[in-house]
Structures are given as structure tokens and as C-alpha cells.
Ligand binder design. Structure first.
Ligand code: DQA
Length: 142
């Protein structure tokens, strides 16, 4: 049976492609989902893809991942910089976690330099655009 990987996207990422394309690019979140599903097929990974603008809903999805997922890829978006609740939820998950940011948060405003989630993540990919999501799957395939 193929490993199930949960891919979680935080607030405003539903507007990917329309939102500040000079920072986040022109690809939509549906494009990213398609690329991940294709890459997942090639690597023998099953992808469950989510987006929510609500912190508590992301916590609920992480709890669901506890029962079902072998790993989590998460772009917590703005909640990276604010959410102890998402960090605590990820700490209840036993498998590996990869944090992805489309932009290089370290090149941007100081308030984006710290992510609560990074202290839990096995690895962090930032600044490689949406390729970061796809690269995270290589890690799980290994
Ligand atoms: C982001 C970076 C965050 O600082 C920002 O709030 C986002 C997207 C990224 O993917 O580059 O919404 O996580």
C-alpha cells in the first residue's frame, strides 16, 4: 500500500496565482496539487491535499493526519509566525514533517524570520517557489 502524505496549506494560499504574483508566482494552488499528485504517482506516494484559512481547522486536519498519514508537508503561511496551536498539533503527530515556504521568509520582513513550526519540522524548504512542495515529496520517498 502506498504511503499517504498530507499536504496542508494555510491562510490566503487559496489565492495563489492571483495574490502578490511578484512574490508567490503565477501558479495556482490547483496547479501545485496536480504537480504533487503526478510526482506522488511517480514516487508511489498518495497525496491528501488541504487548504484552510482557519487555524482551528488546520489543527483538526493535523489530528486527522495522526490516524492516517505517514508524513506531513505544511505551508502554514502567516500562521508560521504566530501559531503555537499549530506547533502543538504537529507535536502530537509522530511522523516526519516538512515545512515549505514559497518565498524566502529570511529575505523578507523581520516578522517572517521566525516560524514556530520550524522547531518541529525535520526540514524547511523556503524560497524555491512551488518547487519546494515537490522536493518535499522526494524526502518522503527516501
Ligand atoms: C509563505 C510566507 C509567509 O510569511 C506568508 O505569510 C505566506 C506565505 C510562503 O509560502 O512564502 O502567506 O508561507
Amino acid at each position: 500500500m502506498s504511503k499517504l502524505i498530507y499536504v496542508l496549506n494555510g491562510p490566503n494560499l487559496n489565492l495563489l496565482g492571483k495574490r502578490q504574483p511578484e512574490i508567490y508566482g503565477h501558479e495556482t494552488l490547483a496547479d501545485v496539487q496536480k504537480r504533487m499528485e503526478e510526482k506522488g504517482d511517480a514516487l508511489g506516494l498518495e497525496i491528501a491535499f488541504f487548504q484552510s484559512n482557519h487555524e482551528g481547522e488546520l489543527v483538526d486536519i493535523i489530528h486527522q493526519a495522526r490516524e492516517q498519514a505517514a508524513g506531513i508537508v505544511i505551508n502554514p503561511a502567516a500562521y508560521s509566525h504566530t501559531s503555537v496551536a499549530i506547533l502543538d498539533a504537529l507535536n502530537t503527530f509522530e511522523g516526519p514533517v516538512v515545512e515549505v515556504h514559497i518565498s524566502n521568509i529570511h529575505k523578507r520582513e523581520a516578522f517572517r524570520h521566525h516560524s514556530y513550526v520550524s522547531s518541529r519540522a525535520e526540514g524547511v524548504i523556503a524560497g524555491l517557489g512551488t518547487l519546494g512542495y515537490v522536493l518535499a515529496l522526494d524526502y518522503f520517498a527516501q
